[in-house]
Design a protein around this ligand. Structure first.
Ligand SMILES: [Zn+2]
Ligand SMILES: [Zn+2]
Length: 148
C-alpha cells in the first residue's frame, strides 16, 4: 500500500512538473513574442524620407524628417537647415521651400492663392504654374546619376 502511495505521489508530482514546465514555456514564449513585437516596432527610424535641399550649401539630398512643416533636420554635408526640394519644370532649377504656413485669416481666396503661388515661385525664372515638389525616388535616382 505504501509503495502504491509513493507511485501515485510521484505521478502526481511529475504531472505537476509537466504543468509547471508548460506554464514556464508559455510565459517565456509569450514574453519573447511581445519583446520581438515591441522591438521591431521601435526599430525603424522615426519620420519619413523627404527630398530636401540645404538652405546653406544648396545640396540636394534625402533625409528622414519627422515633421516636414518645421524641419529640424540638418544638412548631412554642412549642418545647415533644409527646405523641401522643389523643381521648376520651366527652367529645370531646383530650389527649396521652407514653409507653406502663413496667416490666412484676413485673406480672400484669391489672395490666398496668390500667396501660395508666391511661396512656390521659381526663384530662377519666376515660373508659378510649372513647379512641383521633387519625389524621394526622383532625388535618389538623380543623386545616383550624379554619382553622389
Ligand atoms: Zn548643407
Ligand atoms: Zn524656373
Amino acid at each position: 500500500m505504501a509503495e502504491q502511495n509513493m507511485v501515485s505521489m510521484l505521478w502526481r508530482d511529475k504531472e505537476a512538473r509537466k504543468w509547471g514546465i508548460c506554464v514556464l514555456l508559455f510565459v517565456a514564449l509569450t514574453s519573447l513574442v511581445l519583446y520581438r513585437i515591441f522591438h521591431t516596432e521601435k526599430l525603424p527610424p522615426p519620420g519619413a524620407k523627404r527630398a530636401v535641399i540645404c538652405q546653406k550649401c544648396g545640396k540636394l539630398q534625402v533625409l528622414r524628417i519627422v515633421d516636414p512643416e518645421t524641419p529640424k533636420a540638418r544638412c548631412a554635408y554642412c549642418g545647415g537647415r533644409v527646405g523641401m526640394a522643389w523643381k521648376c519644370g520651366h527652367c529645370g532649377y531646383e530650389y527649396y521651400i521652407v514653409n507653406f504656413k502663413f496667416d490666412a485669416r484676413n485673406l480672400s481666396t484669391m489672395e490666398r492663392l496668390r500667396k501660395v503661388e508666391s511661396l512656390r515661385r521659381c526663384p530662377n525664372c519666376g515660373e508659378i504654374k510649372d513647379v512641383r515638389p521633387m519625389s524621394v525616388n526622383e532625388v535618389e535616382d538623380e543623386l545616383k546619376r550624379r554619382g553622389e
